[in-house]
Design a protein around this ligand. Sequence first.
Ligand code: FES
Ligand SMILES: [Fe+2]
Length: 346
Amino acid sequence: MSPNHWYPAAFSGEVKKKQLLDVTFMGESIAVYRAEDGTAHAVENRCPHRQIKLSHGSVEGCRVVCLYHGWTFEPDGRLAGFKHDDFGKKLPVISIASYPVREKYGIVWFFPGDPELAKITPLVEIPHADEWPSMRFAYTWAAHHSMIIDNLCNLTHLWVHGRWVPYGDTILADSSAEGDRLTLRWEHDLRRDLLHPFTSPVFRRSKGENLSDTFMIYDYPYQSALSNERIRSTNFMLPIDDTHTKVFTYQLWEPPRGVPKALFQRVAIPLLAPVAKEIFRQDGFTVEEEQKSWFLHGHRPIPEPNPMVKRFNELTVRKWEEHLAYRETGALTEAQRAEQTRVKVL
Ligand code: FES
Ligand SMILES: [Fe+2]
């Protein structure tokens, strides 16, 4: 994935004051930490003295102190001092890479690419984020990120979820492609049976209506699905390496009419979360199996009737090629700049 985007490092609550996390982006280890003043930072996870990981060290004020000889680094990566004799010499001018960090939606975001592009790249926007009750969870799957995008956006796979999902027949009703944004609108029937006694009131748009739809977005590198304009599932991938991807999910549920937000958050969300997690577990098992099979059969052609799958892959490949070209030239085309500076609304 192109490093020139904001990626999730962790949920905010996981980055505790004075603690460091080891986060991997495409094979590169990054130390993410929270300073004593509460601000989050990210630096290269490597002490230049003996190359050991800084995430084993500690935090002093807003600086990182290496575990071994106490070399101490500023949030911008500059060496600030050490915890041993200076042998009468001046402090060497040494620095490690640092990464722009922002915090929003309960997620610590970092920008692993060119920091100059971070300045012009807006954070993603999630409608109703502060209004609707929500749940957050993350999972790491042993699968390439393109397999996960295919899984998340391609509802032909609902078969794998059996009766865990409330949808019956599903068809692709509409789709579009514009720049780095692909959209799909799926239409379903809502199940009405003993296993789904509460489905209709929570899922349907209005009383008596049985038609249901899911509006999906792949706005590179982010994904979201909005069901019946009431349930928004946003998914943010952190590519760890070629065959491992961590996915951060942030789901928002509009309560049925008349149900207070706080009540829905306290009562309904804890009941819904295990179901959502089970559905994702089924997806995880499947994409991990797909990845294993790819090692054995990756040379075989893939017959695929859904025309949008090819577009997901083309977008993913194009963005990677654009990143390689940018690394060479340091320049964006006008169209690329327009996409880079566009606010991605999920
Ligand atoms: S290895 Fe980090 S201070 Fe020596
Ligand atoms: Fe799924």
